[in-house]
Design a protein around this ligand. Sequence first.
Ligand code: UDX
Length: 459
Amino acid sequence: MKVCVIGTGYVGLVTGACLARIGHHVICVDNNEEKVKVMQAGQSPIFEPGLSEILRESIDAGNIEFTTDLKAGVEHGDILFIAVGTPALPTGESDTRYVEAVARGIGSHLTGDYKVIVNKSTVPIGSGDWVKMIVLDGLADAKKQAGEAIDTSNLDSKGLFDVVSNPEFLREGSAVFDTFNPDRIVLGGADPNAIAKMQELYEPIVKRQFAEDQSLPPVPVVVTDLSSAEMVKYAANAFLATKISFINEVANICDRVGADVVQVAKGIGLDSRIGSKFLQAGLGWGGSCFPKDVSALVHTATDYGYEAILLESTIKVNRHQRVIVIEKLQQTLKILKGKTVGLLGLTFKPDTDDMRDAPALTLIDELNRLGAKVKAYDPLLSQSGSSHGLSNVSVETDVERLADHCDALVLVTDWDVFETLNYKRMAELMTHPVIIDGRNYLDRKMLEEAGFQYVGIGH
Ligand code: UDX
C-alpha cells in the first residue's frame, strides 16, 4: 500500500521504517532538511536498536523515501499518518499546534483521491473530529487561494477522506520489536472502509509474519470509535504510571517498616490479576510519554469538570520519589554542601539517549541547590562527547573518573553494564564508598563485599 508518514520523530520514523520493511511504499515527510538528508543517507537520527538496519534494508529495497515536500507525500499516500510531536505546555495541556499545521497542510494538498488520515500522535481526546475540521479548513483556504468560488459550509469530507485514531504503544529502546510484536492494535473511527484499509495495512503484523514468535495467535485488533481509541492511549499510560507510583509508595512504606519491596513485588506480581511487569520500585518514571500523558489526562478531566484525584496522586508520588534519593544521601552523608555525588546513568531509562523528563535532571538541580558537586557517567551520553544541554554536571568518560573523590554514587538508570563494574576499584577511589541504588538493580552482597555501604529504595 502507499503510505505517507508526516513527522519523523521517534514514532513517525519507527512507524515509517517498519511499514516499509513489511513491504509498503512509504514516503516520510519532515520539515527539517538536515534530518531528511541524514535519513536519505540511510542513517537514523535517533538511537533505537534495529532501526538503522531496517532503514537501510528498506532504502535498498526502494520501499522508503524521505522528503521535505508535504505535497509529494500527500499525493503519494493512500494512508497519511500524522506523527508530529504534541509536547506538554506548562499548564499540562498538549501543544497541538504541529498537528494543526500538518492537518491544514494535508487539506491544502488534497486533490480528490480518497485518503485515510491517521492520528498516530498522542492527541487530546476529541482531536479526531478537530483534525477533520482543520483538514477541511486547509482545503477551503487552498481553493480560495486558487480563485475558486466555494461555499465553505458545503465542504464535506465524505468520499474525500476519513480520520482514524491509531495510537502507538512503543517503548523507547524496543520500539522496532514492539512494532512487530504488539500486544494489540487499536483502530478508532466511524468509517468501516477506512478501518478496513488500516486492517489491510497491518495484516502482515497481525499475522505475525515479522514477529519473534510466529506461532502465536494473530494480534488482537480492537476497533473503537475515535474518542475511545484516543482514550485507550492515555488510559494505558496512566495505568502503567500509576502501577509504578503504587509500588514506589509501597517501597516507601517498606523502608519504614523494614520490609523489602523487591520481595513484595514478586509476591504480588505472581497474582495474574496484578502481573509482574512495571513493579520495579525506584526513582520513578520519566521520558517523553508518561509525564506528558498523565498530566494531559488530568487536564482534560479538569476541563470537563472532574477532579482526577488518583492520577494527581500518581504524579505527586512520582515527584516525591526523585527527592527520596536526596533524603537518603542526607541521612548517610549528613551535610551535602561541599560533597561530590556521582550519578551512574543519566537517561530516563536504559537503551536510549533520551533525557526528556529524566529523574537525573531533578537530582542534578536539587544537589546543586544544596551545594553538592555533581559528576555523571552514562554509557551512551558519555561516549557522544556532547553536553546534551546538561549544565552543572561534569560528564565523565569512564566510571573510575566518576568514582574518583566521590562521597557517594547514585544509580539513576539501570543500564546492564552497571551490573558488572569493578566496584572494588571504584570504592577505593571514593572518599566515602556509599551507593544509593535508585533502581534496586544492583546486588547488595556484591557491593558490600566490594566495600560499599548499600542503600536501596524500600529494599
Ligand atoms: C512508555 C510506554 O511503555 C509505551 O507503551 C508508550 O507508548 C510510551 O511510554 P517509554 O516511555 O519508552 O514507554 O518507557 P517505559 O519502558 O514504559 O518506562 C517508562 C518509565 O518508567 C521509565 O522512566 C522507567 O524507568 C520507569 N519504570 C518502568 C519504573 O520506574 N519501574 C518499572 O517497573 C517500569
